[in-house]
Write a protein that binds this ligand. Structure first.
Ligand code: ARG
Length: 461
């Protein structure tokens, strides 16, 4: 690339210090915006031609030059010189070097401030679509796995203590719900960010007759921003995007935590496929769930990015400040981390098996059927508080006698409540209980099958 003097070198005395060049550059980070920068520049130059601010020939030269630059970057033939600070100046300088005078007109009525705000929005629209597709893929993997376990019963936990029996399918579908909300949150984020800042210039707009709606339309924005000061300083959407990533990471981290526990010998509920485990350099017997641990661990850096973007924003005076350049490190990092974790999670979910034998063997521990017994008594006309007390006493008795509720004789049961009749046994035992669940959204086989049918239809679209 030919040496191009930067126009502000006329304003500043001499070259910037080498330390400064290294410190202010963002090219190493924002070079991945090149496609969006070029698309934005083409839209801007087309508008300039429409408005007769440049000639048709100049437009042709600019467009041709930009497309060539795009190809050079793709082929790895572009020199990213950090003295150009960022991707915007690097591309502009390359254009001037390539086509001469016409290239110097590209930046008419534009500042890097509205340019970068535009580029990020364009990038983020795509990033959101990618994340949504990955979330969908993970949802499909969960629904498929759930289909195998609509009858398999496991303990449902609260406080990590055995609470009520649930079918494994319902447990798995609980993640599908979480990821559905993540998809919706990203959709909301995408809708809110989809406005064009282009034409807002540095902070106040322009005295030139720019047609902002024309560039907005070309770039697929739903509208333009209506306040130039806000347009160049708004990074709300970046904070929101990272928050959405942070919540996805949270959901993945909770899944990871569950399965790290469930795959331990103490639980033995799930088997994580060997492809997603590592061994120990010292202990030959080990199968460690490192991938899950890293999904959990990487959540930290996404949270770090969330705090970072909020902190970048909080102290800034109105208008553009260079602090904003730091935004990209965090949106890229959050997006990259979550993307990688989603890919891993989908692979793991697709290959995980539940050890239904082992789970069933321990299923009658912990009085999972106690609540159902209290509800049985409600059905016999006993007030719930009373029923709660009766079952509490029965559980205490069972603990002493080392028996399960289902193992008690009718006589033993009747000592605690005269309302208990022979049909009580249909309500005892974990498997009986899940089949009795009557409420919508309950964790029984009937509800799980309905939900699987719903999700299969939903996710096919
Ligand atoms: N590299 C900058 C960023 O990412 C572009 C805008 C710089 N604008 C400025 N007036 N210095 O935010």
């Amino acid at each position: 690339m030919a040496e191009t003097k930067r126009s502000w070198e006329k304003r500043l005395a001499g070259e910037p210090d080498e330390l400064t060049v290294d410190f202010v550059e963002s090219l190493s980070v924002d070079r991945r915006l090149y496609k969006y920068d070029i698309v934005g520049s083409i839209a801007h130059s087309q508008m300039l031609a429409e408005q007769k601010l440049i000639t048709k020939d100049e437009l042709k030269a600019i467009k041709g030059g930009l497309i060539e630059i795009s190809r050079e970057i793709e082929r790895g033939q572009f020199e990213f010189a950090k003295k150009y600070e960022d991707i915007h100046l690097a591309i502009e300088a390359a254009l001037v070097a390539k086509i001469g005078e016409a290239g110097k007109k590209l930046h008419t009525g534009r500042s890097r401030n509205d340019q970068v705000a535009t580029d990020i929005r364009l990038w983020m629209r795509d990033a959101i679509e990618i994340l949504q597709a990955k979330l969908n893929g993970l949802q499909r993997a969960f629904v498929k796995l759930a289909g195998k376990y609509t009858e398999g019963v496991m303990p449902g936990y609260t406080h990590l203590q055995r609470a009520q029996p649930i079918v494994i399918a319902s447990y798995l579908l609980s993640f599908v719900e979480q990821f559905e909300r993540d998809i919706t949150r990203l959709k909301n984020c995408s809708e809110l960010l989809n406005i064009s800042p282009l034409g807002c210039g540095a902070v106040a707009g322009s005295t030139l007759p720019l047609e902002r709606k024309s560039t907005a339309k070309r770039l697929g924005f739903a509208d333009i921003s209506y306040n130039s000061i806000d347009a160049v300083s708004d990074r709300d959407f970046c904070a929101e995007f990272i928050f959405d990533c942070a919540l996805i990471a949270t959901h993945l981290s909770r899944l990871a935590e569950d399965w790290i526990i469930y795959s331990s010998d103490e639980f033995g509920f799930v088997r994580i496929d060997d492809s997603y485990c590592t061994s120990s350099s010292m202990m030959p017997q080990k199968r460690n769930p490192d991938v899950l641990e890293l999904i959990r661990g990487k959540t930290a850096s996404v949270y770090g990015s969330l705090i970072a973007i909020l902190t970048i924003l909080k102290g800034q005076p109105s208008g553009y400040n260079r602090d904003l350049q730091e935004d990209k490190i965090h949106i890229f990092s959050a997006s990259d981390t979550v993307k990688a974790s989603l890919d891993m999670a989908q692979a793991i979910v697709s290959h995980t098996k539940f050890n239904t034998k082992k789970i069933s063997a321990g299923l009658e521990e912990g009085f999972l059927d106690a609540t159902a017994l209290a509800e049985y008594l409600v059905g016999k006309g006993v007030a719930f508080r009373e029923a709660h007390g009766i079952v509490g006493s029965l559980v205490a008795y069972c603990e002493k006698a080392n028996k399960k509720l289902a193992e008690l004789s009718l006589d033993e049961l009747k000592k605690y409540s005269a309302s208990i009749e022979p049909d009580v046994y249909e309500n005892l035992g974990a498997v009986n209980v899940v089949n009795k669940y009557a409420t919508e959204g309950a964790a029984g086989p009937k509800q799980a099958k309905e939900q699987i049918a719903y999700w299969n239809k939903q996710l096919a679209e």
